[in-house]
Design a protein. Structure first.
Length: 80
């Protein structure tokens, strides 16, 4: 999980970081008081008592996607 707290971060850098986390299947959170909502689909939660906005539903959260990835990992390992 990546939690962004840098108030001096440029908007483009935030979007790049969010995209990188999404590609790497890493949860991305931002402290709400330092963040203008850039995309929809964010929800509010707390991490150790600090309110954060974030995207927590990743593609691998779906059982079918997880199973497909697991099968590809096994087949790849056998072939490798």
């Amino acid at each position: 999980m990546v939690i962004l707290t840098d108030v001096n971060c440029v908007k483009g850098e935030i979007v790049s970081l969010a995209n990188l986390c999404e590609k790497a299947m890493i949860q991305f959170k931002i402290i709400p008081s330092f963040f203008q909502i850039l995309v929809s689909g964010l929800h509010l939660e707390t991490v150790s008592g600090v309110p954060v906005l974030g995207v927590s539903h990743l593609p691998l959260d779906l059982p079918a996607n997880f199973l497909l990835k697991r099968m590809l990992d096994i087949v790849g390992a056998i072939v490798g």
